[in-house]
Ligand binder design. Structure first.
Ligand code: ASN
Length: 309
């Protein structure tokens, strides 16, 4: 696999290819935006700097080399790693259903340069639904992805080959604990070999995902696409103050970084909700079948490789 080139170094034919990928991206974004709006979601704008962001810890898939902070107006702020805290707060206080296209900055370890699916800046279509259960989110996502196949078939001469794998839902669901027992650390390979979309549930990770303290099980889910890997990650959310606090301390995180969500939870204002985030560039990479995620970015953001633009 070659490193993706920035647009100012592309040949004429490569520019042409980039244009085609870009127009498929426009089609994809329009489709997704229309679906969310049609389904009653409010569209909120993203934030970049905040006192609270996703800790991305603990997470079995995390590989963050450095977390970025800045000083503005005398306050220390973090650069958004995901808008999870903001969307849970906005969903609890403001909108029953919301979505955003949120720039996420994750300084991934440089050895991830050639995984083909990691970028140090990407866009998440992050959404949240009040009073929803995991099954509601799973059903909604399956219906959207299945429809995606239909609209591409209707609007393009040839259905992009990867989309053929979007079989009729419901899709298979595997428990991450069982996958680990059966296949060990390398379980992802076995899931991807199935050549169909697959849900993986019960993944031990960040405090904001719901965990049943009696059974230890997590009520969360990731969606894996064949020949890609994880394209979506989400959960039913933790809303109880005491559990949030216990998990934050268990994870070695600083309480002060989550002051607002903790205070709201303490006064019972964090509502039961569930949601997820779709990696837009990953999804476009999959639809267009390019080898590296940087090839769907106009300005590639590849771990360990900082270009002039
Ligand atoms: N967007 C994810 C979620 O909804 C969180 C993340 O990006 N880490 O759970």
């Amino acid at each position: 696999m070659e490193l993706p080139k920035p647009i100012y170094n592309l040949s004429d034919s490569e520019i042409e290819r980039k244009r085609m990928i870009g127009s498929m991206g426009t089609f994809l974004l329009k489709f997704l935006t229309d679906e969310f709006i049609k389904n009653g979601y409010q569209w909120i704008m993203p934030v970049i700097f905040s006192k609270s962001t996703d800790p991305l810890w603990p997470d079995p898939g995390a590989s963050i080399e450095k977390r970025l902070e800045a000083e503005i107006y005398g306050s220390n702020v973090k650069v958004t790693q995901s808008m999870i805290v903001h969307k849970i707060v906005a969903c609890s206080l403001l909108y029953e259903k919301l979505f955003t296209y949120s720039p996420n900055v994750r300084i991934e370890k440089r050895e991830r340069a050639f995984t083909g699916i990691h970028a140090y800046e990407f866009t998440q279509l992050d959404f949240e639904i009040r009073d929803a259960e995991s099954a509601d989110v799973i059903k909604f996502v399956e219906s959207i992805f299945y429809k995606l196949k239909k609209v591409f078939a209707e609007n393009y001469d040839h259905l992009p080959s990867n989309l053929e794998n979007l079989i009729n839902p419901p899709w298979k669901i595997f428990d991450s604990e069982k996958l680990r027992e059966e296949f060990g650390q390398d379980w992802e390979k076995n899931v991807l070999d199935l050549n169909e979309p697959v849900w993986v549930v019960n993944i031990p990770r960040e405090f904001y995902d719901y965990q049943d303290f009696n059974t230890g099980k997590w009520d969360n889910y990731d969606l894996y696409l064949p020949a890609l890997g994880e394209v979506l990650s989400g959960a039913k959310r933790e809303f109880k103050y005491s559990k949030m606090l216990e998990k934050i301390s268990r994870d070695g995180l600083k309480e002060e970084n989550f002051k607002v969500i903790l205070n709201l939870a303490k006064s019972g204002k964090i509502k039961k909700c569930a949601g997820a985030g779709i990696g837009i560039e990953r999804l476009l990479k999959w639809v267009t079948n390019v080898d590296h995620i940087g090839n769907v970015q106009i300005f590639p953001r590849i771990p360990g490789h900082v270009y002039d633009l």
